[in-house]
Design a protein around this ligand. Structure first.
Ligand code: B16
Ligand code: MG
Length: 213
């Protein structure tokens, strides 16, 4: 076995919640008359809620006070949570479910390493609330990716060293966080092209060959 544990990012790796993030931010942006599109939304992957808002406000025509920003982030989260109510176990891809099951059967520890404060809600909606050994998410970190804190905390919770864990990511910020923390990484989609990625993943199931060797 090449790795004793695998730390999975959530949004864009286990399930696809990026469209809900887009739709919720779009409501806010339109209310404020700020230009926002899917390309800008792409830059929000793996980045915290407040940092996402700062990226959106780059296009604003006026400055926003701290309390206004906090209220906007809270409102976005309320809209996002309403959208999340549509999610069901059908939103968990079968290939992902199979890989998680095989890793568990092979005694590989699995954890979540997500910037989201809604990670537990999402996992519950897709039927994975008891699937992971540990969950490190936006509720237990002070620094968002590309800071490695979320992955270092996940490794610590698992009782593993970074070099024994593989991080699976879809975002530039996530691969940078893995590199900064001393983790090998597997990159999905565009993250497969990122500098520093250890394994570009063609298909999710390729993880099994990498981890179980
Ligand atoms: P929340 P990940 C990230 O999830 C999303 O990719 C990013 O777009 C979002 O801003 C961030 O979570 C915070 O989410 O508002 O729910 O706390 O990719 O790290 O699983
Ligand atoms: Mg992600």
């Amino acid at each position: 076995m090449k790795y004793t544990a695998v730390i999975f990012d959530l949004d864009g790796v286990i399930c696809s919640t990026d469209n809900y993030h887009y739709l919720a931010w779009k409501v806010l942006a339109e209310e404020e008359g700020i230009y926002f599109d899917r390309e800008i939304n792409h830059r929000l992957r793996g980045v915290s809620r407040m940092e996402s808002l700062e990226i959106i406000l780059e296009r604003a025509s006026r400055a926003y006070a701290g309390e206004e920003k906090a209220a906007m982030a809270e409102r976005k989260n309320l809209i996002y949570n309403v959208l999340l109510e549509q999610m069901t176990p059908a939103d968990l891809p079968g290939e992902v479910a199979n890989v998680l099951h095989t890793l568990k059967q092979s005694d590989v520890k699995i954890a979540i390493g997500s910037s989201s404060k809604n990670a537990r809600t999402i996992l519950q909606r897709i039927g994975l609330d008891h699937a992971f050994d540990e969950i490190s998410d936006g509720t237990n970190i002070s620094h968002s990716k590309p800071n490695p804190e979320v992955f270092l905390k996940a490794a610590k919770m698992l009782g593993e060293q970074p070099e024994d864990c593989l991080v699976v990511e879809d975002a530039k910020a996530g691969i940078a966080a893995a590199v900064a923390g001393g983790f090998d990484s597997a990159g999905i989609g565009e993250a497969a092209e990122e500098e520093g990625v250890t394994y570009p993943l063609g298909a999710f199931r390729d993880l099994l060959g990498i981890v179980l060797g």
